[in-house]
Design a protein around this ligand. Structure first.
Ligand code: MTE
Ligand code: MO
Length: 320
Protein backbone atom coordinates (compact mmCIF):
# COMPACT_ATOMS: atom_id res chain seq x y z
CA UNK A 1 0.00 0.00 0.00
CA UNK A 2 1.31 3.41 -0.90
CA UNK A 3 1.02 5.75 2.05
CA UNK A 4 1.20 9.38 1.09
CA UNK A 5 2.87 11.94 3.27
CA UNK A 6 0.71 14.99 4.08
CA UNK A 7 2.80 17.17 1.79
CA UNK A 8 1.75 14.93 -1.09
CA UNK A 9 -1.94 15.12 -0.26
CA UNK A 10 -3.55 17.66 -2.51
CA UNK A 11 -6.61 19.61 -1.43
CA UNK A 12 -8.37 18.11 -4.45
CA UNK A 13 -7.99 14.73 -2.81
CA UNK A 14 -9.46 16.01 0.43
CA UNK A 15 -12.44 17.58 -1.30
CA UNK A 16 -14.65 14.62 -2.21
CA UNK A 17 -15.56 13.70 1.37
CA UNK A 18 -15.97 17.37 2.29
CA UNK A 19 -18.26 17.98 -0.63
CA UNK A 20 -20.19 14.86 0.21
CA UNK A 21 -20.60 15.93 3.82
CA UNK A 22 -21.41 19.51 2.91
CA UNK A 23 -24.04 18.20 0.55
CA UNK A 24 -25.58 16.21 3.36
CA UNK A 25 -25.50 19.31 5.58
CA UNK A 26 -27.06 21.29 2.77
CA UNK A 27 -29.80 18.70 2.55
CA UNK A 28 -30.27 18.90 6.31
CA UNK A 29 -30.76 22.66 5.97
CA UNK A 30 -33.07 22.17 3.01
CA UNK A 31 -35.07 19.73 5.02
CA UNK A 32 -36.17 22.60 7.21
CA UNK A 33 -37.77 24.17 4.17
CA UNK A 34 -40.85 23.12 2.30
CA UNK A 35 -38.88 20.53 0.36
CA UNK A 36 -38.70 18.36 3.46
CA UNK A 37 -41.75 16.23 2.97
CA UNK A 38 -40.93 15.42 -0.63
CA UNK A 39 -37.28 14.61 0.02
CA UNK A 40 -38.11 12.46 3.00
CA UNK A 41 -40.68 10.62 0.96
CA UNK A 42 -37.98 10.05 -1.67
CA UNK A 43 -35.72 8.59 1.02
CA UNK A 44 -32.82 11.00 0.55
CA UNK A 45 -30.12 9.99 3.06
CA UNK A 46 -29.03 12.45 5.71
CA UNK A 47 -32.25 14.39 5.80
CA UNK A 48 -33.87 12.37 8.52
CA UNK A 49 -32.05 14.29 11.27
CA UNK A 50 -29.03 13.84 13.49
CA UNK A 51 -26.56 10.99 13.22
CA UNK A 52 -26.25 9.02 16.43
CA UNK A 53 -23.28 10.54 18.27
CA UNK A 54 -22.78 9.20 21.78
CA UNK A 55 -22.73 11.79 24.53
CA UNK A 56 -20.08 11.72 27.26
CA UNK A 57 -20.11 12.41 31.00
CA UNK A 58 -21.24 15.95 31.83
CA UNK A 59 -18.65 18.19 33.46
CA UNK A 60 -19.69 19.79 36.73
CA UNK A 61 -18.97 23.28 38.00
CA UNK A 62 -18.21 24.81 34.59
CA UNK A 63 -18.26 28.63 34.69
CA UNK A 64 -18.65 30.96 31.72
CA UNK A 65 -15.26 32.38 30.71
CA UNK A 66 -14.15 35.46 28.76
CA UNK A 67 -13.56 35.86 25.01
CA UNK A 68 -16.58 33.82 23.85
CA UNK A 69 -18.00 34.62 20.44
CA UNK A 70 -21.77 35.09 20.03
CA UNK A 71 -21.69 33.49 16.57
CA UNK A 72 -23.84 30.44 15.95
CA UNK A 73 -22.24 27.31 17.37
CA UNK A 74 -21.37 24.41 15.09
CA UNK A 75 -23.72 21.53 16.04
CA UNK A 76 -22.34 18.90 18.47
CA UNK A 77 -22.82 16.31 15.77
CA UNK A 78 -20.45 18.12 13.38
CA UNK A 79 -17.91 18.98 16.09
CA UNK A 80 -17.67 15.29 16.94
CA UNK A 81 -17.82 13.66 13.50
CA UNK A 82 -15.77 16.01 11.31
CA UNK A 83 -12.28 15.79 12.80
CA UNK A 84 -8.60 15.88 12.02
CA UNK A 85 -6.73 13.36 14.16
CA UNK A 86 -4.29 11.43 12.02
CA UNK A 87 -3.54 8.93 14.80
CA UNK A 88 -7.00 7.56 13.96
CA UNK A 89 -6.91 7.99 10.18
CA UNK A 90 -6.76 10.80 7.65
CA UNK A 91 -10.47 10.94 6.73
CA UNK A 92 -12.67 13.44 8.55
CA UNK A 93 -14.96 10.64 9.75
CA UNK A 94 -12.12 8.29 10.77
CA UNK A 95 -11.42 9.68 14.26
CA UNK A 96 -15.03 9.23 15.42
CA UNK A 97 -15.14 5.71 13.95
CA UNK A 98 -11.70 4.48 15.01
CA UNK A 99 -11.33 5.98 18.49
CA UNK A 100 -14.34 4.42 20.20
CA UNK A 101 -12.19 2.04 22.29
CA UNK A 102 -9.44 4.54 23.10
CA UNK A 103 -8.61 4.53 26.84
CA UNK A 104 -8.19 8.04 28.25
CA UNK A 105 -8.24 6.79 31.87
CA UNK A 106 -5.96 6.52 33.77
CA UNK A 107 -3.95 9.40 32.27
CA UNK A 108 -0.65 10.95 33.29
CA UNK A 109 1.16 14.01 32.02
CA UNK A 110 4.92 14.48 32.34
CA UNK A 111 6.13 18.04 32.87
CA UNK A 112 9.85 18.59 32.38
CA UNK A 113 12.55 20.85 31.00
CA UNK A 114 13.20 24.38 32.22
CA UNK A 115 11.05 24.48 35.35
CA UNK A 116 11.48 24.08 39.10
CA UNK A 117 8.79 21.44 39.61
CA UNK A 118 9.11 18.79 36.92
CA UNK A 119 7.33 15.48 37.44
CA UNK A 120 4.68 13.07 36.26
CA UNK A 121 1.22 14.02 37.41
CA UNK A 122 -2.10 12.16 37.31
CA UNK A 123 -4.56 14.14 35.22
CA UNK A 124 -6.91 14.64 38.19
CA UNK A 125 -4.08 16.24 40.20
CA UNK A 126 -3.12 18.43 37.28
CA UNK A 127 -6.69 19.76 36.96
CA UNK A 128 -7.94 19.68 40.56
CA UNK A 129 -7.02 23.22 41.72
CA UNK A 130 -8.65 24.84 38.68
CA UNK A 131 -12.14 25.88 37.64
CA UNK A 132 -13.22 24.75 34.20
CA UNK A 133 -14.54 27.56 32.01
CA UNK A 134 -16.70 27.50 28.93
CA UNK A 135 -15.23 29.48 26.02
CA UNK A 136 -16.90 29.58 22.63
CA UNK A 137 -14.06 29.96 20.15
CA UNK A 138 -13.68 29.88 16.40
CA UNK A 139 -11.42 27.06 15.13
CA UNK A 140 -9.85 27.67 11.71
CA UNK A 141 -8.26 24.63 10.08
CA UNK A 142 -5.34 25.13 7.69
CA UNK A 143 -7.54 23.32 5.13
CA UNK A 144 -9.74 26.45 4.93
CA UNK A 145 -12.77 25.29 6.89
CA UNK A 146 -13.86 26.52 10.29
CA UNK A 147 -16.18 25.80 13.18
CA UNK A 148 -17.46 27.57 16.29
CA UNK A 149 -16.93 25.31 19.28
CA UNK A 150 -18.00 25.69 22.92
CA UNK A 151 -14.86 24.41 24.65
CA UNK A 152 -14.54 23.61 28.31
CA UNK A 153 -11.07 24.22 29.61
CA UNK A 154 -8.59 25.85 31.94
CA UNK A 155 -6.32 28.75 30.99
CA UNK A 156 -3.01 27.06 30.17
CA UNK A 157 -1.12 29.83 32.00
CA UNK A 158 -2.75 28.90 35.33
CA UNK A 159 -1.52 25.34 35.00
CA UNK A 160 1.96 26.15 33.66
CA UNK A 161 2.73 28.67 36.42
CA UNK A 162 2.40 25.96 39.06
CA UNK A 163 5.52 24.27 37.68
CA UNK A 164 7.55 27.46 38.03
CA UNK A 165 9.19 27.82 34.62
CA UNK A 166 12.72 29.24 34.86
CA UNK A 167 14.01 32.29 32.97
CA UNK A 168 15.39 29.86 30.34
CA UNK A 169 11.88 28.68 29.44
CA UNK A 170 11.39 30.45 26.10
CA UNK A 171 9.08 27.87 24.50
CA UNK A 172 6.72 25.09 25.50
CA UNK A 173 6.64 21.78 23.66
CA UNK A 174 3.62 19.44 23.76
CA UNK A 175 3.59 15.74 22.88
CA UNK A 176 0.70 13.41 22.08
CA UNK A 177 0.49 9.86 23.40
CA UNK A 178 2.45 7.31 21.37
CA UNK A 179 0.56 4.02 21.47
CA UNK A 180 0.33 2.31 18.08
CA UNK A 181 -1.78 -0.50 19.61
CA UNK A 182 -4.52 1.99 20.31
CA UNK A 183 -3.79 4.51 17.57
CA UNK A 184 -3.87 2.73 14.20
CA UNK A 185 -2.57 5.77 12.32
CA UNK A 186 0.72 5.46 14.23
CA UNK A 187 1.31 2.05 12.64
CA UNK A 188 1.86 3.81 9.32
CA UNK A 189 4.30 6.55 8.46
CA UNK A 190 1.85 9.31 7.60
CA UNK A 191 3.55 11.60 10.10
CA UNK A 192 6.63 11.38 12.29
CA UNK A 193 5.07 10.08 15.52
CA UNK A 194 4.45 11.07 18.22
CA UNK A 195 2.73 14.30 17.21
CA UNK A 196 4.61 17.30 18.61
CA UNK A 197 3.53 20.92 18.80
CA UNK A 198 4.96 24.03 20.37
CA UNK A 199 4.26 27.60 21.40
CA UNK A 200 6.44 30.51 22.40
CA UNK A 201 6.15 30.98 26.17
CA UNK A 202 4.19 34.24 25.85
CA UNK A 203 1.72 32.51 23.49
CA UNK A 204 1.38 29.62 25.93
CA UNK A 205 0.79 32.08 28.81
CA UNK A 206 -1.68 34.20 26.83
CA UNK A 207 -5.14 34.34 28.47
CA UNK A 208 -6.83 33.05 25.27
CA UNK A 209 -4.85 29.79 25.33
CA UNK A 210 -6.80 26.94 26.87
CA UNK A 211 -6.07 23.46 28.06
CA UNK A 212 -9.22 21.79 26.78
CA UNK A 213 -10.99 19.09 28.79
CA UNK A 214 -14.45 19.16 27.18
CA UNK A 215 -16.84 20.35 24.50
CA UNK A 216 -20.50 21.29 24.91
CA UNK A 217 -20.21 20.78 28.70
CA UNK A 218 -19.17 17.13 28.34
CA UNK A 219 -15.78 15.46 28.75
CA UNK A 220 -13.83 15.54 25.49
CA UNK A 221 -14.91 12.84 23.08
CA UNK A 222 -11.94 10.69 22.04
CA UNK A 223 -12.02 12.08 18.51
CA UNK A 224 -11.65 15.62 19.88
CA UNK A 225 -8.52 14.77 21.86
CA UNK A 226 -9.55 13.15 25.15
CA UNK A 227 -8.66 13.64 27.85
CA UNK A 228 -6.53 16.76 27.38
CA UNK A 229 -5.80 18.98 24.39
CA UNK A 230 -4.67 22.45 23.53
CA UNK A 231 -7.00 25.15 22.17
CA UNK A 232 -5.19 28.09 20.55
CA UNK A 233 -7.90 29.95 18.63
CA UNK A 234 -5.77 32.47 16.71
CA UNK A 235 -3.63 29.72 15.13
CA UNK A 236 -4.44 27.08 12.55
CA UNK A 237 -6.15 24.05 14.07
CA UNK A 238 -3.11 21.77 13.89
CA UNK A 239 -1.45 23.76 16.69
CA UNK A 240 -4.24 22.53 18.99
CA UNK A 241 -2.61 19.19 19.81
CA UNK A 242 -4.74 16.33 21.16
CA UNK A 243 -4.23 13.63 23.82
CA UNK A 244 -1.34 15.44 25.52
CA UNK A 245 1.02 13.34 27.67
CA UNK A 246 4.04 15.64 27.73
CA UNK A 247 4.67 19.33 28.39
CA UNK A 248 8.27 20.52 28.24
CA UNK A 249 9.69 23.98 28.86
CA UNK A 250 12.54 24.59 26.40
CA UNK A 251 15.11 27.23 25.63
CA UNK A 252 15.06 26.52 21.89
CA UNK A 253 12.15 26.47 19.46
CA UNK A 254 10.52 23.01 19.35
CA UNK A 255 10.61 21.07 16.08
CA UNK A 256 6.96 20.43 15.35
CA UNK A 257 5.49 17.48 13.46
CA UNK A 258 3.87 19.46 10.65
CA UNK A 259 6.95 21.60 10.19
CA UNK A 260 9.02 18.41 9.78
CA UNK A 261 6.47 17.04 7.30
CA UNK A 262 6.51 20.17 5.14
CA UNK A 263 8.85 22.98 6.24
CA UNK A 264 7.79 25.27 3.40
CA UNK A 265 4.09 24.74 4.15
CA UNK A 266 3.80 24.68 7.93
CA UNK A 267 5.69 27.29 9.89
CA UNK A 268 6.26 27.28 13.63
CA UNK A 269 3.90 30.19 14.28
CA UNK A 270 1.00 29.18 12.02
CA UNK A 271 -1.03 32.22 12.98
CA UNK A 272 -4.24 32.45 10.98
CA UNK A 273 -3.36 35.01 8.32
CA UNK A 274 -5.50 35.70 5.23
CA UNK A 275 -2.54 37.55 3.64
CA UNK A 276 -0.15 34.61 3.73
CA UNK A 277 -1.28 31.76 1.50
CA UNK A 278 -0.47 28.14 2.13
CA UNK A 279 2.03 26.92 -0.48
CA UNK A 280 -0.78 25.15 -2.36
CA UNK A 281 -3.97 27.12 -1.67
CA UNK A 282 -5.31 30.49 -0.57
CA UNK A 283 -5.96 31.27 3.08
CA UNK A 284 -8.06 34.36 2.27
CA UNK A 285 -11.37 32.55 2.66
CA UNK A 286 -12.86 29.69 4.60
CA UNK A 287 -16.00 27.61 4.71
CA UNK A 288 -17.78 27.55 8.05
CA UNK A 289 -18.94 23.95 8.42
CA UNK A 290 -22.70 23.86 7.91
CA UNK A 291 -22.72 26.96 5.69
CA UNK A 292 -22.85 27.02 1.93
CA UNK A 293 -21.04 30.24 1.02
CA UNK A 294 -17.44 30.93 1.96
CA UNK A 295 -16.55 33.83 4.23
CA UNK A 296 -13.45 35.97 4.57
CA UNK A 297 -10.81 34.72 6.93
CA UNK A 298 -9.93 37.27 9.60
CA UNK A 299 -6.42 38.20 10.72
CA UNK A 300 -5.50 36.06 13.73
CA UNK A 301 -8.87 34.34 13.18
CA UNK A 302 -10.62 37.44 14.55
CA UNK A 303 -8.54 37.60 17.75
CA UNK A 304 -6.21 40.42 16.60
CA UNK A 305 -7.29 42.75 19.43
CA UNK A 306 -6.09 40.15 21.92
CA UNK A 307 -2.92 38.82 20.26
CA UNK A 308 -1.55 41.19 17.58
CA UNK A 309 0.79 42.82 20.15
CA UNK A 310 2.57 39.48 20.64
CA UNK A 311 3.95 39.86 17.11
CA UNK A 312 4.61 43.59 16.82
CA UNK A 313 7.66 44.24 14.68
CA UNK A 314 7.75 40.66 13.34
CA UNK A 315 7.63 39.92 9.61
CA UNK A 316 4.65 37.57 9.54
CA UNK A 317 5.45 36.46 5.98
CA UNK A 318 8.83 35.22 7.15
CA UNK A 319 7.58 33.89 10.49
CA UNK A 320 4.45 32.22 9.10
N1 MTE B 1 -2.40 14.60 18.07
C1 MTE B 1 -3.02 15.27 17.10
N2 MTE B 1 -3.56 16.47 17.37
C2 MTE B 1 -4.21 17.16 16.39
C3 MTE B 1 -4.31 16.64 15.09
C4 MTE B 1 -3.73 15.37 14.82
O1 MTE B 1 -3.77 14.83 13.71
N3 MTE B 1 -3.11 14.71 15.86
N4 MTE B 1 -4.95 17.38 14.10
C5 MTE B 1 -5.00 18.85 14.30
C6 MTE B 1 -5.83 19.54 13.32
S1 MTE B 1 -5.21 19.65 11.74
C7 MTE B 1 -7.00 20.18 13.67
S2 MTE B 1 -7.84 21.15 12.53
C8 MTE B 1 -7.58 20.04 15.03
C9 MTE B 1 -9.01 19.54 14.93
O2 MTE B 1 -9.63 19.49 16.19
P1 MTE B 1 -11.14 18.94 16.30
O3 MTE B 1 -11.17 17.62 15.57
O4 MTE B 1 -11.44 18.81 17.75
O5 MTE B 1 -12.01 19.95 15.63
O6 MTE B 1 -6.84 19.10 15.83
C10 MTE B 1 -5.43 19.21 15.72
N5 MTE B 1 -4.78 18.37 16.71
MO1 MO C 1 -6.33 21.46 10.78
Amino acid sequence: MLIKRPSDILPSEITPEEVYRDRRRFLRVSAQATLAAGLLAAGVPGVAGAEAVPHGRRLSGVKPGPFSTTEAKTPFEDVTTYNNYYEFGTGKGDPARNSTHFRSEPWHVTIDGECEKPGTYALEDLLKPHTVQERIYRLRCVEAWSMVIPWDGIPLAEVLKRFKPTSKAKFVEFVTLYDPKQMPGQRVGILDWPYVEGLRIDEAMHPLTLLGVGVYGEVLPNQNGAPLRLVVPWKYGFKSIKAIVGIRFTETQPVTTWHKAGPSEYGFYSNVNPHVDHARWTQARERRIGEFFKRKTLMFNGYADQVASLYSGMDLKKYF
